[in-house]
Design a protein around this ligand. Structure first.
Ligand code: ZN
Ligand code: MN
Ligand code: MN
Length: 284
């Protein structure tokens, strides 16, 4: 047993198209955008596409599905205009997941853009509570992604993630996505068994491993502690194979989606190679 290896797949031509692309690579989990990630507005999912999506999930057996939200959304923003666009956009992201039956929506915990860490965290909590209150029927769980800590982004420490969760009224609606590149860039080392144990012990005591629902598997082009977010192929970057060996052999993570967000090529060879590399690290 190990992680359920997968990758972020293109939904170009319709969300239903992502499944066949995942099947082609024998993925066990899959992440997608449910709309254009660089635009605020999206037309609603049409019922035929939704039906084809459900059929494709059943046909391919790829049931460990995750949506990543739009990069424009900033639920921690101190600016009323940004917040005014982010809150409805995020509610729409949750709604699209509900329609597609996708349990997890990954989001970055925003950026305070000058208001300060504390104010940013407080605003993120208020935003999420407002959204939750407006859609009590939603079943989608929001996963806060650990970040590299670039600029004024929040989520660079496990404590910042925990502080946000602390503010959420309904804690059953929130979890965490750990990105291997981001935590490494943020200063959490795990390249030796001892470092890995210490980092995961910190995660357990500060956030709780029961909150960890998805792992993003990316190597890092930038050095340890750089606070820069640049993904590299597994084993090619500053983390190296030993770091990934720890994650794929941790029995506490068995079955959790482990999703690549590494550079694509049209033939899918990069994804194939990265997954083969990860599988090769799993101890027999
Ligand atoms: Zn992300
Ligand atoms: Mn990520
Ligand atoms: Mn990243």
């Amino acid at each position: 047993m190990t992680l359920a290896f997968g990758s972020h797949m293109s939904a170009s031509g319709g969300v239903d198209k992502a499944l066949a692309r995942g099947e082609e690579l024998s993925l066990e989990s899959l992440q997608l955008f449910s709309k254009n990630e660089r635009q605020w507005q999206a037309s609603p999912l049409d019922p035929e596409t939704v039906q084809r999506f459900h059929e494709e999930v059943a046909r391919t057996g790829i049931t460990k599905l995750v949506v990543h939200d739009s990069y424009l959304i900033n639920l921690a923003s101190p600016k009323p205009d940004i917040l005014g666009k982010s809150i409805p956009a995020f509610a729409d992201e949750l709604d699209r997941c509900d329609i597609l039956g996708i349990p997890h929506l990954v989001t970055h915990p925003g950026a305070h853009t000058g208001s300060g860490v504390e104010a940013g965290i407080a605003q993120f909590g208020r935003s999420l509570n407002e959204i939750h209150a407006s859609m009590p029927e939603s079943k989608t769980v929001t996963l806060l992604e650990t970040t590299a800590g670039q600029g004024t982004t929040l989520g660079r420490t496990f404590e910042e993630i925990a502080a946000i969760i602390d503010l959420v009224d309904d804690k059953s609606r929130v979890g965490v996505c750990l990105d291997t590149c981001h935590i490494f860039a943020a200063g959490y080392d795990y390249r030796t068994p001892e470092q890995y144990a210490a980092t995961m012990a910190q995660f357990e005591s500060v956030i709780g491993l029961d909150r960890l629902k998805v792992i993003h598997l990316n190597d890092s082009k930038q050095p340890f502690g750089s606070n820069k977010d640049r993904h590299d192929h597994i084993g090619d970057g500053e983390i190296g194979l030993e770091g990934f060996r720890q994650f794929v052999n941790d029995p506490r993570l068995d079955g959790i989606p482990g999703i690549l967000e590494t550079e694509k090529d049209n033939a899918g060879e990069n994804d194939r190679r990265n997954i083969a590399t990860l599988k090769g690290l799993v101890a027999r």
